[in-house]
Design a protein around this ligand. Structure first.
Ligand code: MGD
Ligand code: MGD
Ligand code: SF4
Ligand code: MO
Length: 743
């Protein structure tokens, strides 16, 4: 029987070990306390982690010299339950990384040459404010956009709104979870949210479709999954790759990539035609069952077999397994779901399956999360912008509630038809060169800007394209916005500085406030200092800065006893019909398929393999690629190749190859081959976040290959504008081509 020990263990007080990947040292080993230090007085301050977006709350400990020593989870925190993942434990490396940005920089040569001179904060702000004012005068303030991922974005967002632009976007929507949010909204009238509202703790059957928990280390979910495995929960994993989760699964469905829709429709067929769905729930709460039934009439497991290569028996058995567990079953919606362009529809199929099994609103299915509203410091009303990014896409994306980061990028390239061209970008905590697909397009957009500001902690590929680089201090050296993400119980968490910022670095809130002063917008930032502002905010929700500095996390009671729907509850859903829409009236009105349809995707040409990608437990994208603690555990990615294909090409284990895609674009750097049965023959796999091309990254530069270099073909989701990135195919090359631009 599988057990938690064999799965993955999230470190308890930083001393746990990592049991994947074989032969890896524990993340904590390098941080294990020096025995001499154990007796000394430790000073601890609260924080929440910035190494990924799960935002675990923890404690930062310092030694008697006042040096940051270790980080451990806060026991009160629902995101971490007192335990950090290997990346969070290694987060200290962000602070100690000697390659950090140290002072503001201003570009001296043409963009992208990466030549800068050091500047004072005053000079940097003068430069930025001057350009912003010119752009506002000539083109309108709306032509400045904020592209942001991470905590400090809140303050730059306030600055931009005060300036007159609402164009604030995160790649975690258009390159990540947007399709699932739109799909769940159109089905249930609510989104999945972050952290996901999946009740893995109490589930009896967890179905993972490409979602690779265990490599995707989003903490609370991984802990709940490992406990669930201990309790005998059955896991069903659909993945062309034998993932860590697949290794713990009752059923692994090694699907042919890009065909998941056929499997989902066949599962729906089995549940309906073998009468395994939750009849009471469907009758009481859903709309469009008869249409759905008719729609999937011929979508049998035998039909899906021809498309997915999955045995019909396996499709049937796995569907029955889910039905037997219902309603304590989760067809996990995944998180990074911008795959093939029909992603909102695939997510709709997932939502429909959950509805048929009655898992939405049920224990062991999806719970109803609650958060606490923390009011903003009072400020005058923001000016009303005349235009938004949506004006660049007339008649499109009506169902999209958040701004599209990639939409802003597209609308920066001047064309006659686009009504809103962007002239200035403020980029905060997002490495857009590797985050957006189609790098040439990103670079073309940047080359059309009149102002490009990058706020970052590290010299990354994106900072190389900036006019002005603003060095932020790390999350361990600053206050930040209050974390108030939804969870089983509402809670807040505080991040405060454990120490003074190193070098000439500053927090985002300070930069935004200073820029506001320069732009004559000081009335929007009328607090004297961040402590005053946070204390005021915290007092509005019955706490105070003093209390939060002491406890770090405060959990509140729910205002309603509605974590799950009550049996026979008369529930009304926030959809057009007030029901869970198996047939989506909203999609129908907008001219899209109201029930998901299977469409075939392009196959790799002869000699090419589909490029798929994912996460490694010890890294977060390029965010950690230079982190001294984490590069110690993994300092490059490898390309996973099936033995059959390795033989065909005469590839050896660890041989270096270049990958070249269908458009003749080669990886900037060579990557080692990992020959493994764990990947289908028709695909290759790499971990995202490597192949960085900034020479100032002494550990990460040129290590491994970037999947983003090779994603030149993008399949845009017509419903929500997400960028499908898995329709690219690569072959092997043994020499760099002339166009290879790595330096
Ligand atoms: N090809 C490809 N593209 C992808 C993905 C993929 O798997 N493959 N994944 C997609 C997904 S799921 C997502 S969510 C996005 C994520 O995309 P990003 O959020 O852009 O990811 P990172 O590469 O981690 O870039 C983070 C940047 O923030 C900087 N940073 C770290 N800490 C701080 C800080 O405290 N302050 C500031 N100001 N900066 C900081 C880092 O140095 C780095 O430059 O990418 C998407 N794009
Ligand atoms: N350690 C670590 N954890 C992270 C992150 C990180 O950077 N590092 N990033 C976080 C973020 S922002 C996100 S969005 C999540 C993303 O993580 P998830 O949402 O869990 O996964 P994806 O990135 O969508 O998908 C990766 C998996 O999809 C499989 N796959 C590829 N093509 C197909 C296909 O056609 N069908 C099926 N069924 N499977 C396919 C791949 O083999 C791989 O196992 O991870 C989060 N957790
Ligand atoms: S999951 Fe890990 S990296 Fe992400 S916030 Fe939590 S401790 Fe940090
Ligand atoms: Mo993501």
């Amino acid at each position: 029987m599988t057990s938690r020990r064999q799965f993955i263990k999230i470190s308890s007080a930083g001393l746990g070990s990592l049991l994947v990947g074989g032969g890896l040292r524990a993340a904590s080993q390098i941080l294990v306390p020096d025995p001499d230090q154990l007796s000394i007085d430790l000073i601890r301050t609260p924080t929440y982690c910035e190494v990924c977006f799960w935002k675990c709350a923890g404690w930062v400990y310092k030694n008697k010299d006042g040096k940051i020593w270790k980080i451990i989870g806060n026991e009160e925190d629902q995101h971490s339950n007192g335990r950090f993942c290997p990346r969070g434990t290694g987060g200290i490396g962000m602070y100690y990384d000697e390659d950090r940005l140290k002072t503001p920089l201003i570009r001296t040569e043409e963009r992208g040459k990466q030549s800068f001179r050091e500047a004072s904060w005053e000079e940097a702000f003068e430069y930025i404010a001057g350009k912003m004012e010119t752009i506002a005068k000539v083109h309108g303030p709306e032509c400045i956009a904020l592209l942001t991922h991470g905590s400090g974005g809140k303050y730059f967002g306030q600055l931009l709104k005060a300036f007159g632009s609402n164009n604030i976007a995160a790649p975690s929507y258009s390159q990540c979870r947007g399709p699932r949010e739109v799909a769940f909204f159109s089905t249930f009238g609510e989104g999945v949210m972050s952290p996901e509202r999946t009740d893995i703790r109490d589930t009896k059957c967890l179905v993972l479709i490409g979602s690779h928990l265990g490599e995707n280390m989003h903490n609370g979910q991984v802990q709940e999954m490992s406990d669930a495995i201990d309790k005998g929960t059955s896991i069903i994993t659909v993945d062309p790759r034998f993932s860590v989760a697949a290794g713990k699964s009752k059923y692994w469905l090694p699907i042919k990539p890009a065909t998941d829709m056929a499997l989902l429709l066949a599962w729906i067929h089995v549940l309906i035609y073998e009468e395994k769905y939750d009849k009471d729930y469907v009758e009481k709460y859903t709309f469009g069952f008869e249409q759905l039934k008719e729609h999937v009439r011929d979508m049998t497991p035998e039909w899906a077999y021809g498309i997915t290569t999955l045995e019909p028996g396996l499709i049937r058995k796995s569907a029955i397994e889910m039905a037997n567990a219902a309603p304590a079953v989760i067809i996990h919606p995944g998180r990074h779901v911008t795959w093939y362009g029909d992603d909102t529809q695939r997510e709709r199929a997932i939502a429909i399956l959950n509805a048929l099994l009655g898992s939405w609103g049920r224990r062991g299915g999806f719970y109803n999360p609650e958060s606490i509203a923390v009011p903003d410091w009072p400020h005058p009303e923001y000016p009303k912008p005349n235009r938004t990014w949506k004006d660049a896409f007339p008649g499109q994306y009506d169902l999209v509630s958040s701004s599209l980061a990639s939409g802003i990028c597209d609308a920066t390239i001047p064309t006659i038809s686009k009504a809103c061209n962007f002239k200035g970008w403020i980029v905060n905590g997002t490495n857009l060169i590797h985050t957006f697909p189609d790098q040439q397009k990103t670079i073309e957009a940047i080359q059309n800007l009149e102002l490009m500001v990058v706020v970052d902690t590290m010299p990354m590929d994106i900072t190389g394209w900036a006019d002005v680089v603003l060095p932020e201090c790390t999350y361990l050296e600053r206050y930040d916005s209050i974390r108030n993400s939804p969870h089983r119980k509402p809670a807040i968490a505080l991040r405060m500085p454990a120490t003074e910022p190193m070098y000439n670095t500053k927090p985002a809130w300070w930069m935004a406030k200073e820029l506001a002063n320069k732009l004559g917008l000081e009335k929007y930032f009328s607090w004297n200092n961040i402590e005053e502002m946070l204390d005021w905010q915290l007092k509005q929700v019955g706490s105070s800065l003093e209390e939060m500095q002491r406890i770090g996390v405060k959990t509140f009671d729910r205002s309603w006893d509605d974590l799950y729907m009550a049996e026979d509850e008369e529930a009304e859903f926030l959809t057009n019909t007030g029901k869970i829409e198996l047939y989506s009236t909203e999609l129908a009105e907008a001219g899209f398929d109201p029930i998901p349809v299977y469409t075939a995707h392009e196959e790799p040409p002869q000699g090419y393999y589909r490029l798929i990608y994912g996460r490694a437990p010890m890294h977060t994208f390029s965010r950690t690629s230079n982190n001294p603690n984490l590069t110690d555990l993994m300092d490059e990615n490898k390309v996973w190749v099936n033995p059959r294909i390795a033989k065909l090409w005469g590839l050896e284990q660890d041989q270096q190859v270049y990958l070249e895609n269908q458009d003749g674009i080669q990886s900037k750097f060579p990557v080692k081959v990992r020959i493994t049965e764990r990947i289908r023959w028709d695909s290759v796999y790499i971990v995202h976040g490597f192949g960085n091309d900034n020479k100032k990254l002494t550990r990460a530069h040129g290590k491994g290959a970037s999947d983003a270099d090779l994603i030149t073909r993008v399949h845009i989701d017509p419903i929500m504008g997400g960028t499908g990135m898995r329709g690219n195919f690569v072959t092997f090359q043994f020499e760099p081509s002339e166009t290879t631009t790595g330096s």
